[in-house]
Design a protein around this ligand. Sequence first.
Ligand code: URA
Ligand code: CA
Length: 433
Amino acid sequence: MRMVDIIAKKRDGKELTTEEIDFVVQGYTQGEIPDYQVSAWAMSVFFNDMTDKERADLTMSMVNSGETIDLSAIEGIKVDKHSTGGVGDTTTLVLAPLVAALDVPVAKMSGRGLGHTGGTTDKLESVAGFHVELEKEEFIRLVNEHKVAVIGQSGNLTPADKKLYALRDVTATVNSIPLIASSIMSKKIAAGADAIVLDVKTGAGAFMKTAEDAKELAHAMVSIGNNVGRKTMAVISDMSQPLGLAIGNALEVKEAILTLQGKGPKDLEELCLALGRQMVFLAGKADSLEQAEEKLKEVIQNGKALEKFKHFLANQGGDASVVDHPDRLPQAQYLIEVPADQDGFVSGIVADEIGTAAMLLGAGRATKESEIDLAVGLMLNKKVGDPVKVGESLVTIHANREDVADVIAKIKENITIADKADAPVLVHDIVTE
Ligand code: URA
Ligand code: CA
């Protein structure tokens, strides 16, 4: 087989075989095929797309390029949830204990990463003592006995994706549906998921800016999952404004606690139910999505979800008393209000820019070396569609520095007020096949 022939075949719009795709992926991972040939191949995929079969082959070839996590010692169907990323997305913190309370095994591997706030691991570490450095045996025991545990990222998973993603980044080939879909799905499958629930975001704070693109990506991923034997469903959700009210690490833990008590922000609760019901259904713990949703509401109301969160924290060394006393979470030194300068209705809260404002306070990492301040962040006092009076607070800044003029300026630039505005639709679509 010669790489040049494979490039020409794809350039001419023909379907590549399983062997040809594997030749590209393994050859590139092992350093046998140079960047310039894989660049040309990626560009031909960008223009000519891939069939469903090619997408499934590409995904599995990337899974097989490195180590995979074996979760077979965990009983039940392991359902993993993946979000394409947003601002103030507190869903994982809520969903892990929520679905575990219905005996859905949650065996989560979680990293730190760069972003407006930390990742799930950073957020959870705002609970004193909580840690994700578990031995694999301990991790498996915790999931079997308590249905939920989080372990730090380890192992050389999907090296082909790492290399290809870096190459795509500098060859203008990131924005290709088959390449994005196979990239995301390969990572979930390598991490041991039997079934996958996807939250594909759309809007200013999202990777996919329009609902149409988000829908296409969701269909592509659901189809890959189902073609490689992992039942997959997706929700397409709004990320034009941040999710919930809290953006920050400890602030989001507090928001998750409220949501598990049934007292959280309505949009966060709605999205958690939309994703949670798919997880419960795919795990085989309900006969229909409707029944799954009823069960989720029940464990919120009867306190079992909250109880599960306490055990989860304590199992991994965390001080579970924060659940009843959220003031024991890290607190910022200064609380500063950002008042509205006119009457009207909030018409826009630009998600990614507001996320950047939180990052300026130290809530997230700009580089791998940056330190996160777990206490700082933003609390939105208004969401899009809410009425507001001049002087009323739009946002409360939680800061550990006194001068936050840069943060205030960023917030004011990115929250607009108009004579009339409606709340955006949160769940745009549900993709189940
Ligand atoms: N996120 C990924 O993990 N992969 C892509 O290709 C794009 C976004
Ligand atoms: Ca939030």
